[in-house]
Design a protein around this ligand. Sequence first.
Ligand code: ADP
Length: 247
Amino acid sequence: MSVFSVRDVSFSYGSKKALDRVSITLQPGRFCALLGPNGAGKSTLFNLLTGLFVPDEGSIEIAGADLSRAPRKALARLGVVFQQPTLDLDLSVRWNLSYFAALQGLSGSLANERIERALTRLSMAERADEKVRSLNGGHRRRMEIARALIHEPDVLLLDEPTVGLDAASRQSITDYVHELTDEGLTVFWATHLVDEILPGDDVVVLHGGRVLAHEQADKLAGEGTLLDAFMRLTGLSAESRSLEALT
Ligand code: ADP
């Protein structure tokens, strides 16, 4: 059974079509990268998946629940890390997590247990009582990931989660999120950076609001590199040169 499926979804901003009959099915426990240049439609798709926008056409199902017919059930199975940080900088790490746990309906010893587990897993237990403001960008992102996992979702969505991080933090976050799939979590990771994708990951190439490919990264790359395959599919040489510069 798929944990997540998008079927024939289209969405327009006025006369501008941002997504055109997009279909994507994710299998449990897989890391799937949503790879596309700026303007491809990645953020629009995330806004649809999180229920902020409603598709003009098509349907979305998360862990067997239809997002438009049973939104609470569907969204309860989803963890989300948005591109823009949404932490309260003047609250401690633990308070930020407790607050979110309460919003998810978790309280008391269950919430505390989940928070402690999340902090330990992210090697942040000793910093739990510090204000978020004192953390660097990498640690803040780790915290947001921990927070998105507190209610133990089936699927974790991350919208370009390494934007603005230094190279070491970027690598550490990318590695950490890949490891989460070993525990059965399904990950959907939007990026325009091919070096965040491992050979065994699945890749959806999105360009101009359309899915151009959905395949395992090494198969998509074939004899060449993933960047070659991406350039071939999208025909974007200038864009891909800038991608290369970032890898
Ligand atoms: P990405 O996240 O891949 O950079 P977006 O989903 O932000 O892509 O954008 C997809 C397309 O929709 C782009 O052509 C963008 O210019 C357009 N778009 C995004 N937001 C709006 C908006 N609020 N109004 C009009 N057009 C928009």
